[in-house]
Write a protein that binds this ligand. Structure first.
Ligand code: GMT
Length: 400
């Protein structure tokens, strides 16, 4: 298939997932065209089946804000025509799905099937500003397929948007060969002395991640277990967290590494992941840790219970309860057998449910269904995976 992919190319779960889908699909023989304003951060690919089309913004003195959504729609239509795309897969409803809808309209009578994948913060954004609700709902309804990364996100979207049209859950995934336990004692020795445990937090340091709670939890843990904390990523709450670590006298034990490319290597030598977020529609980093046999202490929120099994792969705790999170962390770290068992459980669960080898074929199958359905003037029924005929009205408007 010839597939266009649009995502936010910066650090962040949705961009990582979109990029990995493109890389994995290219390895399986598909032609992939990324349509974004910059080369996606994780697109270190050398495959000649991966292409990049830069969305360039028109600068004109009248435009205080360059019209990105329009530039993107124009580029999408252009790539669809010149590369003869079979499908456009956009990650994030705002504004990518709206741009895709415009591109589709521009291309008529040629058909361009569009799939929108929801990652969660697109829905949170609407929560912050209800005025975006109608346009977000429109863009989803005009997509030929909508997927969500967890059951939680599907139900939240249905409820918030009062959506009747189907949403298919295709969970996030991890490359189980890239993310695995490592014996790299040199890397481990870079961050911890022999006998010390390595705790890690990885995020975009936005308020929703509660990075101050990460420091609070670590402070309690390190009083009982010799340990270090690696803070990976950057964002608005970083300086608060740095100040808190300094204030608690932890500057020798807490290292702020900033944005890192080698997440798999770091997780490969870590002992525990802390993810005390207010909400997560999935929690990709928890899955990445689990694939590396790293137990997870996370909030019992959003889609996290679909990824981390409480008491088996780590523990899920009420958000904000840093005391319980710390005592659960100590419990795991002080008991080597329990730590090993949880790490193995986590890896087994990641392998069983979330390896890219299992999830990418689901996307391929979904693409085929959507392409077939658009060709026939049908729509996907997410519940049964069967196709059902669309309304007469759509057929009149959508048929050539
Ligand atoms: O977590 C973030 O703030 C980044 C955001 C994104 O769009 O990259 O992450 C969202 O998408 C990820 C990939 O599907 C999910 O793993 C994260 O749970 C989700 N973040 C939230 O729901 C807060």
């Amino acid at each position: 298939m010839r597939i266009g992919i649009t995502c936010y190319p910066s650090y962040g779960g949705s961009g990582v997932v979109a990029t990995e889908i493109g890389k994995e699909l290219a390895e399986r023989g598909h032609e992939i065209h990324f349509i974004t304003y910059a080369i996606p951060i994780k697109l270190d690919a050398t495959s000649d089946r991966i292409h990049f089309h830069e969305v360039e913004m028109m600068n004109y003195p009248l435009f205080e804000h360059p019209p990105y959504a329009l530039a993107l729609a124009t580029k999408m239509a252009d790539v669809a025509i010149h590369q003869d795309l079979d499908l456009l897969h956009v990650h994030y409803a705002i504004p990518h799905s709206v741009s895709a809808f415009l591109a589709k309209e521009m291309l008529k009578p040629k058909r361009l099937p569009v799939i929108t994948t929801l990652h969660g913060t697109d829905i949170t954004l609407v929560g912050n500003d209800r005025s975006y609700l109608p346009i977000t709902r429109l863009s989803m309804e005009k997509s030929d397929g909508v997927t969500a990364v967890s059951e939680f996100l599907r139900e939240l979207t249905r409820r918030e948007f009062e959506m009747d049209s189907p949403i298919t859950v295709i969970p996030n995934f991890v490359n189980c060969e890239v993310f695995q336990r490592s014996q790299d004692e040199i890397l481990r020795g870079k961050y911890a002395l022999p006998g010390e445990k390595i705790l890690v937090h990885i995020s975009n340091f936005r308020p929703v991640k509660r990075v101050n709670h990460v420091v609070e939890i670590f402070d309690r843990v390190q009083r009982q277990v010799p340990a270090r904390l690696l803070m990976v990523g950057d964002g608005p709450e970083r300086s608060n967290a740095e100040w808190l670590a300094h204030n608690k006298g932890l500057e020798d034990r807490v290292v702020f590494l900033g944005k890192q490319d080698s997440i798999a290597e770091l997780l490969g030598v870590a002992d525990l992941l802390l993810l005390p977020s207010d909400t997560e529609s999935f929690g990709l980093v928890a899955l990445e840790a689990m694939a590396c046999q790293v137990p997870v202490i996370a909030s019992r929120v959003g889609g996290l219970p679909e990824v981390v099994r409480d008491g088996r792969d780590g523990y899920l705790v009420t958000p904000g309860d840093v005391t319980t999170m710390a005592s659960r962390a100590v419990e795991i770290l002080m008991d080597p057998d329990r730590h090993r068992t949880m790490g193995r459980n986590a890896r087994d669960f990641a392998m069983e449910k979330f390896c890219s080898t299992k999830i990418i074929p689901l996307y391929e199958e979904y693409y085929r269904q959507v392409i077939g359905a658009v060709g026939e003037g049908l729509e996907i029924d997410a519940a049964t995976s069967k196709l059902r005929v669309e309304s007469e009205e759509w057929l009149v408007g959508g048929r050539e």
